[in-house]
Design a protein around this ligand. Structure first.
Ligand SMILES: *[C@@H]1O[C@H](CO)[C@@H](O)[C@H](O)[C@H]1NC(C)=O
Ligand SMILES: *[C@@H]1O[C@H](CO)[C@@H](O)[C@H](O)[C@H]1NC(C)=O
Length: 967
């Protein structure tokens, strides 16, 4: 579409701003459609109805009228910047009118080519642009011509015709009616015996039609006028045209030739009477034997279809005759009468009365619906008679094939009767095979039905064979032969027949082969249905090719890692398997947007000729994925709709970042408050547990400082600041503070940070060193430590066990080192005993010259284990005490640690808590505790069982010893 003048696009470009703001230019056009009569002028209104913020100036104004007819568009008028760029010769707008805001288009002598959709576009750059459309329809008035005779004579029994011809009109809907105005009647009468010729189209699209009326005028109609009434869109009211026909009375003329005619007629009658006498003589005195033709039969006899056999009997006289029809079937010995037909017309004047004596055998011997049609006796010119006897037959293939039909004619001139015989040869109608119906998609491991439609045949015997072609060889599957069926692969194939029968004994059958299709057996296989029938010289066949498809199955999406970490790579794996054929498209979608499309991913041919593939999608997990749905979508030709599996990263985590512990003072000082701070940031989800430890002891009360936590959530990630505030004491020097952060969603192990407190100006204590590292009871042990960064040598170091000062300590002399501070080593040697179990050793440091420096105490507990006592057998002071004699039972309990034991003597249900005695445990040679327990007894007759039970609380051990005393 050539927008003209090159200026228009520029104007439009300038006015594009108009779209941004509401245009202040509004147009008013004619109401659509504008209808105009062919060859008249048409005005398409287009006026500016509203314009604000601009004035109309010729150099800043564009007007464009375009017309669309069907899909074609053209320019009717264009005006830009004061010039008419293009215009149809018949189109006109005055420039003065344009500048008045009147863009109405005048079209002169409109023709059908002007029909279309007109668009009036007005552009006033830079802000105003508007357009409106209006439809123009061109109409054409019909030219009405009335055709008639000038004068019509009434009363002659003739007809008259009136035509009303409409031509060259548009649109093609119209109506024409004929009315008759009779002088004697007030009302005009609508004539209904009309004939409307089909509407014809002229090359210019207009139409012609003719409405004709026929009538037989009578004398009363004389003086009538006839009018054609035309209705059409172009007429505001119906248009009337009168026919210029005059009805007038016919003149009556008498003929003289009629007298001559009657004389001739009487002569003829007398000759006819003579002829009649001769005729009657011939009619009753001569017998002429009939001639009987061979039986005429149809070219083909179709099973259960009406067939006519004709026996022509001619040239006999008198008209007395019997025609009998007989049937003899193959398996029958006697002929049976089907029907007979008789005329006995000897005493009737047939040519006068036209009556017949006929007899039809109502009950035939065959009992079939076969019948003999009533035949017309024809009289020949020579006075003889002829008849055609017609036997109507419905032959049945099963019983009537090769049967014999006989026509027997009996006439008075023949004693024996004349016989004509014919043998029946019955045909069927061959079946028509339609294409085998198969499902649109055959699915692997699903059942399939192939339907072979066998249509419109008769008679019913049919042989249906299904076979499959493998490597060019026919493999027979099912053979159905008129009810008898053989299935060669019963475990795979089933066969069904669905029959339909029609009233005319035509049959149709759907032969259905049902089986389980698999790719291995049926992909690309060819199945055939072969049908044999008596009316087919060769069996008819249809073939079908199967293409088996297998649906893809999708496993659940696997994510690696299982708990995706925000900001880290996440690989999603989608396994698609068991599909066929190979072509597949795997798509990854995030919230229904495709993020990855793989047309044919790497395919693995797994078992059973089915394919599988694995698609990976690697993404960087972000916080927004918490609400995202990832889909692995599969498109495959076996699927009507894509299949998919979904994955939502619900278990998304973000590891906490645990900062180093900081102290608000660079060098913490004694007796000053200090705060340890640890920031735990960017973790998700929110659940987190923070614990502080001081030298392996959990800080759960204020003893070691106040714990405070503040939580924060930013961009969905959580943060926490945990602080411990404490006032440092001498004990805190060199104390190790530890924070443990448990974020069970992201890690099973805690995140840890450490901070060791060093108080300003305090000496540094080394760790205690044990020699040997694991002390043993009864063995010597040396415990040593050292202190450095001591400002001077006026100090004292001492060791304490509980609160008891230990002697025998070896201290080195304070040694001055390069930093001008002193270092001292101290070593404690002793033999380890059970008393040292769970007892603290203190190392104490004291500055003798500066009382402001506190006494530092360092503590150690030896890593000793509890030892279970060894209990000896019970001994009695007398070997064989006599009845009533006193004796003592003794039991030794040795080598245990700690000393805490519980002893119970008993006999039967009796306990001897008050009588028993226990010695205080003492350290023995092995450095462990040993003791002895005794129970005084009085021997009684018979046998007594004494039990000593020793419970050691620390080890939870219970040891029992038994003694039997026989007196
Ligand atoms: C616009 O012009 C046409 C003819 O040119 C005229 O018939 C019509 O009345 C005019 N409209 C106005 C509003 O003047
Ligand atoms: C329609 O009628 C006109 C006038 O009678 C005639 O000229 C024309 O050929 C007709 N058209 C057709 C298609 O018959």
């Amino acid at each position: 579409m050539g927008r003209t003048g090159n200026l228009w696009p520029l104007l439009v470009a300038l006015a594009t701003l108009a779209r941004l703001s509401e245009s202040k230019l509004k147009l008013k056009v004619s109401q659509s459609p504008v209808e105009v009569i062919y060859n008249e002028n048409s005005l398409l209104l287009c006026e500016i109805s509203e314009l604000t913020g601009a004035t109309l100036e010729s150099k800043n104004l564009g007007v464009l009228w375009t017309v669309t007819r069907g899909t074609e568009a053209s320019t009717a008028f264009s005006y830009t910047s004061g010039d008419v760029q293009e215009a149809w010769p018949e189109a006109e707008i005055l420039e003065s009118s344009i500048l008045n805001g009147n863009m109405s288009l005048l079209l002169r002598h409109v023709t059908f080519k002007h029909t279309g959709q007109y668009k009036c576009e007005v552009v006033i750059p830079p802000n105003n642009k508007a357009s409106q459309t209006v439809k123009l329809e061109v109409l054409a008035r019909p030219t009405v011509t009335v055709v008639s005779e000038k004068v019509v004579e009434v009363g002659t029994g003739g007809e008259m015709a009136l035509g009303c011809h409409l031509s060259g009109y548009y649109p093609c809907e119209s109506n024409a009616e004929w009315f008759q105005s009779i002088p004697s009647q007030e009302e005009r009468k609508l004539l209904t015996d009309i004939c409307i010729a089909p509407t014809v189209k002229n090359p210019d699209g207009t139409c012609n039609v003719t409405t004709e009326v026929r009538l037989e005028p009578h004398v009363e109609d004389i003086g009538s006028t006839f009018e054609c009434l035309v209705t059409h869109k172009t007429f505001s009211e119906p248009y009337l045209v009168q026919a210029s026909v005059t009805l007038k009375e016919a003149e009556i003329r008498l003929s003289t030739s009629s007298i001559v005619g009657s004389v001739i007629a009487s002569i003829i009658i007398s000759i006819a009477l003579t002829a009649l006498v001769i005729f009657l003589y011939l009619r009753f005195c001569y017998k002429v034997a009939p001639k009987v033709s061979e039986i005429q039969r149809p070219v083909k006899l179709i099973h259960q279809e009406l067939a006519e056999f004709v026996c022509q009997v001619s040239g006999y006289r008198p008209n007395v005759i019997t025609v009998s029809w007989y049937l003899k079937r193959c398996n029958e010995t006697k002929e049976k009468l089907i029907a007979d037909w008789q005329v006995d017309d000897l005493f009737h004047f047939q040519f006068i009365t036209d009556k017949k004596m006929e007899r039809n055998a109502d009950t035939s011997e065959t009992g079939m619906k076969w019948k003999v049609k009533a035949a017309n006796v024809r009289k020949n010119n020579d006075g003889t008679f002829s008849i055609s006897s017609i036997l109507e037959v419905y032959p049945d293939f099963d019983v009537d094939n090769s049967a014999q039909i006989t026509c027997k004619v009996m006439h008075p001139s023949e004693r024996e009767g004349i016989l004509r015989t014919i043998r029946l040869q019955i045909d069927g109608v061959p079946p028509k095979l339609a294409n085998i119906i198969k499902p649109p998609v055959v699915h692997h491991n699903n059942s399939v039905t192939l339907t072979c439609p066998i249509n419109f045949f008769k008679p019913h015997p049919l042989k249906i064979t299904w076979y499959k072609i493998i490597d060019g060889e026919k493999i027979y599957l099912v053979e159905h032969n008129n009810g008898a069926e053989e299935n060669f692969y019963q475990d795979k194939y089933s066969h069904y027949l669905v029959p339909f029968s029609y009233p005319d004994h035509t049959l149709s059958v759907c032969s259905m082969l049902l089986f389980h299709a698999t790719i291995q057996e049926d992909e690309n296989s060819q199945y055939s249905c072969e049908v044999g029938h008596i009316s087919l010289s060769n069996p008819a066949e249809k073939h079908v090719q199967l293409n088996v498809k297998a649906y893809p199955s999708l496993n659940a999406i696997i994510s690696e890692p299982g708990n995706p970490v925000i900001g880290e790579q996440l690989t999603l794996t989608c396994k698609v398997h068991s599909f066929y054929p190979k072509n597949i498209t795997v798509r990854w979608l995030k919230n229904d947007d495709v993020i990855m499309n793989t047309e044919s991913p790497e395919i693995v041919n797994s078992e059973n000729e089915l394919y599988e593939c694995t698609s990976l999608c690697t993404i960087t997990a972000t916080l927004s994925d918490l609400h995202s749905k990832y889909k692995c979508q599969v498109l495959h030709e076996s699927l009507m709709y894509p299949r998919f599996t979904e994955y939502t990263p619900e278990s998304l985590v973000s590891f906490p970042k645990v900062s180093e512990i900081t102290c608000n003072h660079a060098t913490p000082e004694l007796e000053r408050e200090l705060t340890l701070t640890c920031k735990i940031i960017d973790f998700y989800p929110e659940d987190i547990q923070v614990e502080w430890f001081r030298n392996e002891v959990r800080c759960d009360d204020v003893k070691y400082g106040r714990i405070m936590e503040t939580s924060l959530c930013e961009n969905g990630l959580y943060s926490k600041v945990s602080t411990v505030t404490l006032t440092a004491s001498a004990d805190d020097h060199q104390a190790e503070y530890r924070i443990e952060v448990y974020h069970s969603k992201s890690s099973t192990k805690p995140f840890k940070q450490f901070y060791q407190l060093f108080l300003k100006g305090s000496p540094k204590f080394s760790e205690f060193r044990l020699e040997p590292e694991s002390p043993l009871y009864g063995q010597p042990l040396s415990v040593s430590t050292s202190v450095c960064e001591i400002p001077h040598d006026n100090i004292t170091v001492e060791w304490y066990k509980a609160s008891e000062r230990i002697k025998g300590v070896t201290n080195s002399k304070p040694v001055l080192n390069s930093e001008n501070t002193y270092k001292i080593n101290s070593c404690l040697k002793f033999t380890v005993t059970a008393e040292d179990f769970e007892r603290d050793l203190h190392f104490q440091y004291k500055d003798n010259s500066n009382t402001d420096v506190p006494v530092f105490k360092r503590r150690i507990q030896l890593p000793l284990t509890a030892v279970t006592p060894k209990v000896s057998e019970i001994k009695c002071s007398h070997d064989h005490p006599k009845k009533g004699e006193n004796a003592t039972l003794t039991c030794r309990i040795e080598h245990f640690c700690p000393a805490d034991i519980h002893i119970i003597w008993s006999k039967g249900w009796t306990e001897y808590k008050d009588k028993q005695s226990i010695e205080t445990p003492k350290i023995d040679s092995k450095g462990l505790y040993s003791t002895v327990t005794r129970l005084p007894i009085v021997a009684i007759e018979g046998s007594s069982e004494y039990i000593c039970e020793v419970q050691h609380a620390k080890t939870n051990d219970i040891i029992e010893k038994m003694f039997v005393l026989n007196v």
